[in-house]
Ligand binder design. Structure first.
Ligand SMILES: Cc1cc2nc3c(=O)[nH]c(=O)nc-3n(C[C@H](O)[C@H](O)[C@H](O)COP(=O)(O)O)c2cc1C
Length: 171
């Protein structure tokens, strides 16, 4: 699939079909994640794969009833790991780079999913402490984004964007 077509076709999916994600597709997504750039190549993030229905139901509660977290067959949770970035980058590593690392990794997962006919939605609105407890995330790590992955239930319409002329500044 052409890269620009993937970018064009991707949109936030909040309704999923009851179809499992093939193991080899998930593997390709995770390998794409592992190719994401990171500050100093330190990869200051961890990824949790959540499949258990009971855990996904708990994630729904921890995110203000975002039901699609239980509907999609799997959810990836991207966590920043400040300690990995701390030694080399100090405050900039712990406050910025580890979050950027996790964010870029999640973006790679989104696009790798779409390239294989799967859909996702970035979930940022959740109770971090509750999510950490549900998935047993170690205390040094911070969940940054959750990404349900699955086959489309109902394709949403394209969301509008700002004009490029409003967004881009030639200086
Ligand atoms: C940082 C971030 C946090 C987001 N949090 C949520 C969320 O908690 N729930 C949700 O349904 N969508 C969430 N979204 C998805 C956005 O609403 C969506 O990307 C935006 O409306 C544009 O729509 P599109 O992705 O279909 O192009 C989030 C996106 C980002 C980048």
């Amino acid at each position: 699939m052409d890269f620009f077509q993937i970018v064009e076709d991707r949109r936030s999916m909040r309704k999923y079909a009851d179809t499992p994600v093939e193991a080899q597709k998930l593997q390709k997504i995770l390998e794409a994640v592992n190719r994401a750039p990171s500050a100093g190549n330190l990869q200051a993030y961890e990824v949790y794969v959540v499949r258990k229905p009971e855990q996904r139901r708990e994630l729904v509660k921890a995110s203000g009833e975002q039901e699609f977290l239980a509907e999609a067959p799997l959810v990836l949770i991207f966590c920043a790991e400040p300690d990995r970035a701390a030694e080399r980058y100090k405050k900039r590593g712990t406050q910025l780079y580890c979050i950027q690392d996790a964010t870029i990794a999640c973006t790679f997962a989104m696009l790798a999913a779409k390239a294989q006919g799967l859909d996702t939605v970035w979930v940022g609105a959740f109770d971090e402490a509750a999510v950490s407890e549900i998935v047993h995330i170690p205390s040094g790590q911070r969940p940054i984004a959750m990404l349900p992955i699955g086959y489309a239930g109902k394709m949403p319409s394209v969301r509008p964007r700002r004009e490029l002329s409003d967004l881009i500044h030639e200086v």
